[in-house]
Design a protein around this ligand. Structure first.
Ligand SMILES: Cc1cc2nc3c(=O)[nH]c(=O)nc-3n(C[C@H](O)[C@H](O)[C@H](O)COP(=O)(O)OP(=O)(O)OC[C@H]3O[C@@H](n4cnc5c(N)ncnc54)[C@H](O)[C@@H]3O)c2cc1C
Length: 373
């Protein structure tokens, strides 16, 4: 017998979990289907930086406003998740230190310095902020609002808060097909059939399989990222260190997360010795003492990358009630709250900025090719 839901969310990464959270809080009947464990995809691998400003060069003004909104939403989500579930998503408020090695680099990054909450530090001031920092700096940009969270815990936080607000969470339940029948969606899962009024596909890079079946081609490809963790008991570090897309991020438990490589089109999730070597080399240039810290573990994850670098967020142009929220590439942790809220507002018929609707249109990248590089 078919079971029924109002909104079926496909995927229990940070994006699906945030969507379930905002929908359940708004009073919708939500069922979330996750093929594996909650948060076991790209989310598990992430460093968790909420880098609205440090990604400014890549984002441009439009994505910056979207990212900034999300950064601000994290503040209230953190408090609400804690109140509802007792989970601390480990939002550390030390900000981010973007290292600058040359005068040319400083000139290139000058527009970031004009953003709110951003301060230029000369070399002496940067060294004072982080003892043990490399001596070969021109200076550093301190970004107060580019804080970070622990992604797996944040994902669990959104999911648990959604559950307490009425959502049903179905882990280890794969969605195998979606079809429209008599005005409702029929959802075939590995554990039986469901029907729902609305469906949201939030399956990260694996969304391609479902998108292809609903005529949207395969608009995403994986960008593999490899990371390692070491134990730090020596250097007091409250901020993240960032340079040239590489970073060192401190966790609450004395771990430092060091990342990450970018390997386009690689679907494997095993870290390689070459990848580990490359991230260590970059980390050593930032914080030479990292070499002596005990090694803990390494891992890899797949960033869901779209061809034009922007996520797909919105309703299918022909299949009304079918939404997509995927392709957040290396900023899905940052963009989860604003994505969750945007999907909820769209389902509720509330206003969403027109520029976001247009920029994230889900049919803009239509292609039938298997893997796009
Ligand atoms: C090394 C690395 C570092 C990163 N660092 C950061 C960072 O510092 N800050 C930041 O903002 N972002 C970061 N990211 C990016 C971020 O991890 C991703 O953008 C984000 O996790 C994407 O979330 P998602 O929910 O879309 O995808 P995922 O986390 O991959 O979740 C998708 C889920 O959907 C499930 N699924 C797929 N298909 C189905 C189906 N048919 N049925 C049921 N379930 C299905 C999968 O099992 C998976 O669990 C990083 C990524 C990597 C790899």
């Amino acid at each position: 017998m078919k079971q029924s839901s109002e909104v079926a969310v496909v995927g229990g990464g940070i994006i699906g979990s945030a969507i379930a959270y905002y929908l359940a809080k708004a009073g919708h009947r939500v069922d979330l289907f996750e093929a594996g464990q909650i948060g076991s995809g790209s989310t598990r691998a992430a460093a968790g930086m909420l880098g609205a400003h440090s990604e400014y060069k890549e984002f441009g003004a439009l994505l910056y406003s979207f990212a900034r909104t999300s950064q601000q939403l994290y503040e209230e989500a953190e408090a609400d998740i804690r109140a509802l579930t007792g989970i601390d998503i480990e939002r550390r408020t030390g900000g981010l230190l973007q290292l600058v090695f040359t005068a040319e680099e400083r000139a290139r990054l000058s527009d970031i310095c004009s953003l709110e909450g951003v301060t230029w530090l000369d070399r002496a001031a940067a060294e004072k902020e982080v003892p043990g920092l490399t001596k070969s700096l021109e200076g550093a940009i301190h970004i107060a609002d580019d804080v970070h969270v622990t992604p797996a815990i944040a994902c669990r936080g959104f999911c648990s808060a959604a559950k307490i607000s009425g959502a049903r969470i179905h882990a280890f339940t794969r969605v195998e097909g979606i079809a429209k029948e008599d005005g409702q969606y029929r959802i075939q899962t590995s554990k039986g059939e469901w029907q729902a009024e609305y469906v949201v596909i939030a399956g990260g890079v694996w969304s391609n399989a479902l998108l292809q079946r609903i005529g949207l081609g395969t608009p995403m490809y994986p960008v593999k990222g490899e990371c390692i963790a070491v134990t730090n008991t020596e250097i007091p570090l409250s901020c993240s260190l960032f340079h040239d897309q590489h970073y060192i991020v401190p966790r609450n438990n004395d771990e430092l997360i060091i990342g990450a490589t970018k390997v386009r089109g690689d679907w494997s999730t095993e870290p390689t010795s070459g990848g580990i070597h490359r991230v260590m080399e970059k980390a050593r240039q930032m914080l030479p003492g990292i070499d002596k810290m005990p090694f803990l573990r390494s891992w890899a994850g797949l960033r869901p990358q779209t061809i034009d670098g922007k996520p797909l967020i919105g309703e299918h142009p022909e299949m009304k009630g079918l939404f997509i929220a995927a392709g957040h590439q290396r900023n899905g942790i940052l963009l989860a709250p604003v994505t969750g809220k945007m999907i909820c507002d769209l389902i509720d018929g509330k206003a969403v900025p027109e520029v976001w609707m247009e920029a994230f249109r889900v049919d803009r990248l239509h292609t039938d090719e298997e893997v796009l590089m």
